[in-house]
Design a protein around this ligand. Structure first.
Ligand code: SME
Length: 151
């Protein structure tokens, strides 16, 4: 399904006040993981600034052991510190990488900003090599902007 068709579906999920914010985030993960064929695991981590850790709040795909990630560790932890998008075409080429599954070949992590502050991120793992383009980056930046509005 093209990203242009997914956008209104995401807006519908996020606008549903009848369910909790966490449930809406889970539904966004589920939608992305089931409709984009190279999105094999989709999750939202949020920062605990006092502890300098990221905490997994919502996800779709296989459960992961990595529900808490220290700032600086792995791709996610690096994004918590850098405030920059991190696109990894080949996870094997990364030294500072936390493997969640041996099937994962690529990863994209896009920070989520609320009032200019990096408060979390969307993290997507792919079992396909080098699958992410500028279109993914732009789309996921948009997803995070929409999510920020309900936080
Ligand atoms: N690979 C990530 C860890 C999170 S899992 O992908 C779910 C990382 O290196 O930060």
């Amino acid at each position: 399904m093209p990203f242009s068709k997914l956008k209104p579906k995401i807006n519908t999920i996020l606008a549903n006040d009848a369910v909790s914010t966490n449930e809406r985030l889970n539904q966004v993960c589920e939608l992305l993981q089931t409709t984009v064929n190279y999105y094999d695991w989709v999750g939202f981590y949020f920062a605990n600034e006092a502890e300098k850790t990221l905490h997994l709040k919502a996800f779709a795909g296989e459960p992961t052991d990595h529900t808490v990630i220290p700032f600086g560790k792995g791709i996610c932890g690096q994004v918590a510190v850098s405030n920059q998008n991190f696109v990894v075409p080949d996870v094997k080429a990364q030294d500072n990488y936390i493997a969640c599954s041996i099937t994962v070949k690529a990863e994209i992590v896009i920070p989520l900003f609320k009032e200019g502050k990096n408060i979390g991120q969307i993290d997507i793992d792919s079992n396909t090599a080098n699958p992410f383009t500028e279109a993914d980056t732009k789309f996921l930046e948009w997803v995070n902007e929409e999510v920020a509005k309900i936080l």
